[in-house]
Design a protein around this ligand. Structure first.
Ligand SMILES: [Zn+2]
Length: 115
């Protein structure tokens, strides 16, 4: 399961932040996931639940934010956002599209618990 290694690397980052800020643990983390990130948000959530025990995110709330896929049409320059990949521009029907967003897999924000 690819999602488990993604979670492992995010938790490692959070552990670094906890140490750096001399915090006790993380109370919430926000992750941005695009439709072309190669990660399924639902699987990311279950991987997180499997992995969290005994780590700094054990009691943290996980917020997965799905980012839209963005494409720029090279024919009419229309920039569109959609939830799923579609091979044609909705404005002019051209298939000459450039993907400009949707591959995000980002640990966006972490909330830490300090004394
Ligand atoms: Zn177009």
């Amino acid at each position: 399961m690819h999602e488990l290694s993604v979670v492992a690397s995010f938790v490692e980052t959070v552990e670094g932040l906890v140490r750096e800020h001399k915090a006790k643990s993380a109370t919430a983390i926000w992750i941005k996931v695009g439709p072309l990130s190669g990660v399924v948000p639902e699987l990311l959530e279950s991987a997180f639940d499997m992995y969290r025990k005994g780590t700094v995110v054990e009691n943290a709330r996980l917020v997965v934010e799905k980012t839209p896929l963005k494409a720029l049409c090279r024919a009419c320059r229309a920039e569109t956002e959609r939830a799923d990949y579609s091979p044609a521009c909705p404005a002019c029907g051209s298939t000459d599209l450039e993907l400009t967003g949707g591959t995000d897999l980002i640990l966006e924000r972490v909330e830490l618990e300090t004394d």
